[in-house]
Design a protein around this ligand. Sequence first.
Ligand SMILES: *Cc1c(COP(=O)(O)O)cnc(C)c1O
Length: 333
Amino acid sequence: MDIKIVKVPAKKRKLKPADESKLGFGQIFTDHMFTMQYFEGKGWYDPKIAPYKPLALDPAAMCLHYGQLIFEGMKAYWGKDGSIFLFRPVEALKKLVLLEKDWIPRGSGTSLYIRPTMIATETAIGVHPSNAYLFFIIVGPVGAYYPEGFSPTKIYVIEDYVRAAPGGIGFCKAAANYAASLLASQFAIKQGYTQVLWLDAVERKYVEEVGTSNIFFVIKDELITPPLSGSILPGVTRDSVIKLARSWGVKVSERSLSMDEIVAAAADGTMQEAFASGTAAIVSPIGKIAFRGKEYTFQDGGVGNLTRRLYDEILQIQYGEKDDPFGWRIRIP
Ligand SMILES: *Cc1c(COP(=O)(O)O)cnc(C)c1O
């Protein structure tokens, strides 16, 4: 791919954040962005890296009306040896990340978040698949997810709303899925919980995901996560957790897990650990689950051993501090 590069003159570049402990998440963006257009019959054209700026969109652009928008999320990190690493990238983003390398924060746990997005740009009112698309990548520095160590989350099991149904689009990062999740997550936050635990759309019985992360439980030494039924996002972190745990000899099952089984395991003491997985936090321990007016506490509200081991291992692979037996870490250039 022949990428045209238009750089922002050095004097016009934005000030980089001075305090890496205050980066937060998803608030700051860099000087440049990648864009590329698509038109039916012509294919992809005009790939370029140019100054970060607002998109000019016709108000009839179809993404604004019918929700044709998908995205991805990943990270770039400084390694101890001065290399830049990407973790299991879906596309070659190397040029943009290299151009913006001075934006990659260096503090422990910090990274450059990468957001590739594709939107429908045909100007037309009328529901049909767009004949034109814009693909863009924006990047920005993000802080450590746990600057003060793990803090287990409190999760609310929602029965009145569902995130995605069988035959729908829950398996991809399509904007509509997140619009559909907002009312339920606002409700959970108002009750004092961190996130929603989603149940399956048909029986409202089996666990699917937590917020925008995949979910895992350890019951009687078995690491269990729901199978990729079509309404669950096939997370890269989920896949990494499964592969690592299997390589350590842990029994891993991708199987349906009902709230009844979870409640029973919490009651009889066989529930050992619960955690969520995703690019932003890697793994996030679940301390409490609220279900039908009762709260269930896991691993005494603390962090399970396997949860911590998975977190440490993936983090160290990402930052180039450990062997990478699966070849997930990509060094650039
Ligand atoms: C992004 C996302 C995940 C986690 O996927 P990763 O590839 O591990 O970041 C899980 N569930 C939903 C709904 C998501 O949007």
